[in-house]
Design a protein around this ligand. Sequence first.
Ligand code: AMP
Length: 430
Amino acid sequence: MSFQSLGLSEALLKAISKKGYTTPSPIQEKAIPPVLEGHDVLASAQTGTGKTAGFTLPLLHILSENPKAKYRPIRALILTPTRELAAQVYANVREYSEFLNLRSAVIFGGVNQKPQVATLRQGIDVLVATPGRLLDLQNQGLLSLKRVEIFVLDEADRMLDMGFLRDIEKVIKSMPEKRQNLMFSATFSKDIKKLAHGILNHPVQVEATPENTTVDAITQKVYRVAKGSKTGLIIKLISEGNWKQVLVFTRTKHGANKLCEKMDKAGITAAAIHGNKSQGARTKALAGFKSGRIRVLVATDIAARGLDIPLLPHVINFEIPNIPEDYVHRIGRTGRAGANGVALSLVSADETSFLRAIEKLIEMKLPIEIMEGFEPDPNASTAPIKQGQGRRNRNSRNSNSRSSNKSGGASNRNSNSNSRRPKRNSDRRN
Ligand code: AMP
């Protein structure tokens, strides 16, 4: 299968070849034809499968086939959960539309709105946005979605995790009813299926990897280790393996900062990326990581979404997530676009139940290893880590957040209980 045979225009083929892509990835092969035919599409695809091009290429094709000559209303809206993902998708839109007469823009929070508004005023065809800033500018009367023809909801599962359900509903109400809808999600919970049902009209369903399973190209391994020995073990693994580009996940922002300091002390350049960092600091850390100046990027779950780091060889879960789907997202950062990757998880006794939940979701037992000198503590309790420890502000934050009743309510309800429903440990909006 070639890009030519998918029916994309010459201008797009030129941009694709400039990017260096020779063959479409499985999700591109499956998603591009139905989108070009005007169908709604529900796609199961993780980051790293080439999903961005999967929706961007046919979207640009459709828009350029029917140009609106006089002025440029927003004709396509791509909604993403995080700033980083928005920036990344926008960069792709720019690259793929290089030889087309289409204009695009990106808007997200955390930065001054003025330059964004100035760009919108010039008229743009494709808007990439995060929900908060989009609704904000819309409420100020600075943009209109009344002429949207194609709506893309990217990383829909993460949108719900972050409590954006209400925002999505508001955005949908402000668009014309007749439009083409594309929805991408790595995981498919009941809530996602419900959302899809509400948005999509007789969708064609496409799948790059089986639901909720991890990519074959990723070697996964668990190190059982005493909690207090994790830092020593991770430093040993990175130094002795001489790994040059490692993405590390921690549960908390504080944990991310602390780990970075220890890595730096051990002579491993590291930077943290999380919600307490300014947009500038995040961009700088990511650029440093991509260029190889920084060996280790330590991230919390939400901050890591949307990071586009091609061919990332190593992902380490310094702590495994209490939401099993997050594990799938995390390790989806490696083994990208056909390359091999290694995903390691450092698991202490109190994470045992989280590990079981992950294994249940991915339907496989993860191989376990014990490193000499970093053995697990045989006397440690396997009771799960208390949710919300040392995080006094979280509940007040959640109640102020734009989260839906469901997620906000559940968080508050569960904070002092042993409910089985997993609760996100990291702040919802980092
Ligand atoms: P995505 O899943 O959209 O984040 O894409 C993952 C990575 O794969 C990005 O670095 C893309 O530039 C790259 N990519 C996307 N499509 C292709 C393709 N057909 N061939 C090779 N690389 C691709």
